[in-house]
Design a protein around this ligand. Structure first.
Ligand SMILES: Nc1ncnc2c1ncn2[C@@H]1O[C@H](COP(=O)(O)OP(=O)(O)O)[C@@H](O)[C@H]1O
Ligand SMILES: [Mg+2]
Length: 425
């Protein structure tokens, strides 16, 4: 089979790595990909959102299967276009992907189908929104309705923060079209976890749980980022709570989308929180999480291409998970999540680290200058290890990271700490 993967980050590198292990696959293409994947796949210079060019490429190159990474492709209807052209593709249609592209749409569906989530109101008018938060008080959560690359949510603990978030979104158009409407939500408290599943209509095949660390520095301090690391499994979440999330969040949304006439096919992502009042939904994503993919796929024993082929053919897939636990740590350019001050500069030791046994490196924002890896984005690469316990996995990653010079990059040393403390108990 000839497989095309759409996207350019660590998630797509992990997809390439997993697809390359399939005995059914002869060639892998990535659009646009990155230098880190180019040993395993052919990178082609087509953007994720250039739908017509992607369709033309898939036809010309007789691609047998396309797998979509990012939400940006889904929200412009890449799946609809491929299906219209008779090409096999794994991902939700534009209509189904709206559960990620519009937070209001997702919340309205959750309300309609009784999917547990924070209470909310929607506003387009600044004065009305302000009057509302005067009645609710803080803490309060303010979300831009549209896609904002993970930067459109403010958990405001003071009234000033809430007000400036509303000002930025509704008055100053900081998020453009995506922020002309805001969802204002009750602030929930609890343990977050990611619940992803392979979905086709009402058929839901859960993946193992994972959790990412969004804050930049150790102890979950510092600014929010796209994800400084992740791990799986999540032992703090009991089997009872996992079942509850599966039934009331992930399965209920799959059923809701069928009832709405827009069935979901693809990787469905439920962002969950275990609160004192049970599990609640934080958000839905219409695709594989990043960085969750980088630590989940190493635990998948089955052939990913076979799973996808089964789903697309309306058959029951065989999905087996490894008991091994995995941890992935992000190597980030200095300055991230602000302006990276080391763009283009070498990441000393990364080529050396890639030689480590039993360690996977998934590239996100790196560039190969002909001799060495260089910083080419905030999140440069993820270093991933699996072991019998999370503690061992953490130690393996730490040992590998000892080879990296800290001149141009930084990373967190405590990814998985809550789970490790829990396992020690
Ligand atoms: N209702 C809420 N209560 C408390 N924290 C929240 C709430 N909604 C979102 N958050 C926090 O903000 C983060 C980002 O929100 P999310 O809805 O996942 O948006 P996105 O991933 O699109 O930026 C969440 O991971 C969570 O930590
Ligand atoms: Mg999120």
């Amino acid at each position: 089979m000839r497989v095309l993967i759409i996207g350019r980050g660590g998630r797509e590198h992990a997809l390439v790595w997993k697809v390359a292990q399939s005995k059914h696959v002869s060639d892998i293409f990535v659009a646009p990909g990155n230098d880190g994947m180019s040993k395993m796949a052919t990178c082609i210079d087509i953007a994720e959102t250039a739908v017509e060019q992607l369709v033309a490429f898939a036809k010309e190159q007789t691609i047998d299967l396309t797998i979509v990474g990012p939400e940006s492709s889904l929200s412009v209807g890449v799946v609809d276009a491929f299906e219209a052209a008779g090409l096999a593709i794994f991902g939700p249609t534009q209509a189904a992907a709206k559960i990620e592209a519009s937070k209001q749409y997702a919340k309205d569906l959750m309300a309609k189908y009784n999917i547990p989530t924070a209470t909310y109101e929607v506003f387009t008018d600044y004065e009305a929104a302000l009057a509302y938060i005067e009645t609710t008080g803080v803490p309060i959560v303010i979300k831009a309705d549209g896609l904002a690359a993970g930067k459109g949510v403010v958990v405001a603990t003071t009234f000033d923060q809430a007000q400036s978030a509303l000002q930025a979104m509704l008055v100053d158009d900081a998020f453009g079209e995506a922020g002309t409407r805001v969802v204002i939500e009750e602030c929930l408290v609890g343990e977050e976890f990611s619940f992803m599943a392979f979905v086709r209509g009402t058929d839901v095949y859960p993946m193992v749980l994972s959790q990412d660390h969004k804050r930049a520095y150790d102890g979950d301090s510092g600014p929010n980022t796209g994800g400084m690391g992740a791990y799986s499994d999540v032992p703090q979440i009991s089997e009872v709570d996992r079942q509850q999330a599966l039934e009331t969040i992930v399965k209920r949304m799959a059923h809701a989308l069928v009832s709405e006439g827009t069935p979901f096919t693809g990787f469905l992502y439920g962002g969950c929180m275990l609160t004192n009042n049970g599990v609640k939904t934080i958000e839905f994503n219409a695709r594989f999480g990043d960085p969750e993919t980088e630590i989940i796929l190493p635990r998948l024993k089955s052939d990913l291409v076979e799973i996808i082929q089964s789903l697309l053919a309306n058959q029951t897939p065989i999905i087996e998970w490894s008991e091994a636990q995995s941890i992935g740590v992000c190597i980030a350019g200095k300055g991230y999540p602000g302006d990276v001050t080391t763009m283009g500069m070498p990441i000393g030791g990364l080529t050396d680290l890639e030689q480590c046994d039993d360690i996977q490196v998934f590239h996100a924002g790196t560039k190969w200058d002909g001799h060495q890896w260089c910083v080419n984005g905030g999140r440069a690469a993820y270093v991933v290890a699996s072991a019998d316990t999370l503690l061992e996995a953490q130690q393996k990653v730490a040992q590998a990271l000892d080879r990296i010079e800290q001149k141009t990059v930084f990373w967190r040393n405590d990814i998985g700490y809550k789970a490790i403390a829990h396992q020690k108990k």
